[in-house]
Design a protein around this ligand. Sequence first.
Ligand SMILES: *Cc1c(COP(=O)(O)O)cnc(C)c1O
Length: 392
Amino acid sequence: MEVPISERLKKLPPYLFADLRRKIAEAKAKGVKVISLGIGDPDQPTPDPIVAELVRAVSDPGDPNRHRYGCDVPVPEFAQAVISFYQRRYGVTLRDEQVVTTNGSKDAIAQFPMAILNPGDLAIAPSPGYPTYNIGHVFAGAVTYYVPLLASNRFLVDFDAIPEDVCRLAKLLWINYPNNPTSATADLDFFRRAVEFGRKHNILIAHDSAYSENTYDGYKAPSIMQVEGADDVAVEFFSLSKAFNMTGWRAACVVGNASAIKALRSVKDNVDNGSLRAIQFAATKALNMAEQIFPAINAVYQRRRDMVVEALNANGWRIERPKATIYVWAAVPEKYKGSSGTFAAELLDKTGVVVTPGRGYGQYGEGFFRISLTYPDDVLKEAIGRITNMRL
Ligand SMILES: *Cc1c(COP(=O)(O)O)cnc(C)c1O
């Protein structure tokens, strides 16, 4: 029998990378030697001490619970390590009830609207932006209002440009700095304005902090939790994925407003069973030695960023070096102004290089494309060489 998909699933836009995967397969079938710069998933391995801690914990004969459901035999040290990290890194003091550890951020971002939104509710997400914000809204029966991130505003949310009726109706606003896909950064003053906006309109601010540790040239990204009163109107999603090269491990946390954290915990109690204890021990280890780990990881991305930006700028592009994230976000050549999709398709066709068209991140991503720096130096070099050699 043909099982009809739900109305809920029908409402989702096509999965960003599905179309890309199809085009890659087609190009390969035509004999094109494809290089993908499309996906943001660290190529460097997880640092050894973290792996060693996983191995130790998963084979520890002294821990009779090492194979069990993580929700039933949690590792309280993981949440304590989050608290300690926030204290050291941001000078922010979190109480136990302000922290929940999660199986990665994406899962938590998708589940969170179910915890706090009702069908028909309005929630605000950035465009361009990480698609999971809207996906979570749709699964909860809520509706997304997209706020544009414009180059003219350095890809920051312009709170004053959000219409009054949206401010009145919306219950949740997502922000994400350092930003995927634009690689824009925000200072503490921006977070102050976000908290003020949330307080004024009774809107919970959800800050996705997935790239707070992928920063360069000495730049340190702030946390929204550093703002006075943020723990009353905001939550922050932090992930170990990009910071520690741990995407496959599924280790993250949400901190902030205690009632929102409690609601998310309820959803999680009903839909997941926690993560393996060894993963929680390893995540604890990672956070506790964060300061020793970040420099080496970021040195690699900084080197690649410089190589990509310099090569493109030497060939007529005008790209500012991003201070953070694992992406370079660039305007498509003039000729493709209205269609980043056509640019990406022609680039793939003529050079075999895969970039992500900005349109895939929303209407206001049009006119741009994204290069991910999570590929070995020689691969990146070859790909950028092909891009700059192409007559665009
Ligand atoms: C990668 C990413 C995440 C989530 O990563 P997880 O591996 O699910 O923790 C969240 N937000 C943004 C913007 C990302 O790019």
